[in-house]
Design a binder for this molecule. Sequence first.
Ligand SMILES: Nc1ncnc2c1ncn2[C@@H]1O[C@H](COP(=O)(O)OP(=O)(O)O)[C@@H](O)[C@H]1O
Ligand SMILES: Nc1ccn([C@@H]2O[C@H](COP(=O)(O)OP(=O)(O)O)[C@@H](O)[C@H]2O)c(=O)n1
Length: 218
Amino acid sequence: MNIPVLTIDGPSGAGKGTVSRAVAKKLGWHYLDSGSIYRSLAIAVLNAGVDLHNIETIVEVAQGMRLDFECGDELTVILNGDDITSRLGAETTGNTASMIAAYPEVRAVLLQKQKDFQRLPGLVADGRDMGTVVFPDAKYKIYLSASATERAKRRYKQLIEKGIGANLDQITRDIEERDRRDRERDTAPLAMAEDALYIDSSDMTIEQVIDKVINLVR
Ligand SMILES: Nc1ncnc2c1ncn2[C@@H]1O[C@H](COP(=O)(O)OP(=O)(O)O)[C@@H](O)[C@H]1O
Ligand SMILES: Nc1ccn([C@@H]2O[C@H](COP(=O)(O)OP(=O)(O)O)[C@@H](O)[C@H]2O)c(=O)n1
């Protein structure tokens, strides 16, 4: 398939979403926020009151989940007819997503849903395993990171700006715990693809990161 894909993988708070959206807009390409698929499943599982160790039922919820993405200025996500956008960014959602994302059976159900986003004229795909598992043949691959302290500060600021109560120490602990879980899981762990370009954004502005990524593609 000759449809170009740019993958941007990395840990929580590195700037993947911000950079991916800006780059997709500049290039006129589609955008896949794969984390929002795992986050939506987390909400579906929490809504259904399923025990997070009950893999079989989580897989059934994933199979039956109907998701619609509406791309305006902000991404709107409709889960089984309900607008869940306001719940997507919560830390509980991200942490639950990271727990259920560790199950290979869950990842297998969500794989094709993600591949289907590859459409002309191109795709920017953001996540943990975009360059390693979902789009291993992608033409352009980035691994975007930043120190855990810097990522926690960014996440804290982002939550406060959204009017969501947050505690910096708790967020730092959550980020470290999520990093560990995402890196150590057996299936599709967070890892840099061998052919990816590594960018550490700790001391870079958002614009500097966007320029670097655009230069890679052009
Ligand atoms: N280079 C940067 N410098 C400062 N803040 C940044 C930078 N990149 C991203 N941010 C901010 O950090 C927060 C998290 O970014 P986001 O794109 O959601 O990260 P990710 O998708 O990797 O979790 C956002 O509020 C964003 O504006
Ligand atoms: N491609 C992906 C994307 C997300 N995820 C999981 O989903 C969680 C939430 O992803 P996200 O990209 O929305 O999280 P943030 O980086 O925005 O904090 C991650 O911690 C991962 O465990 C994944 O396993 N694979």
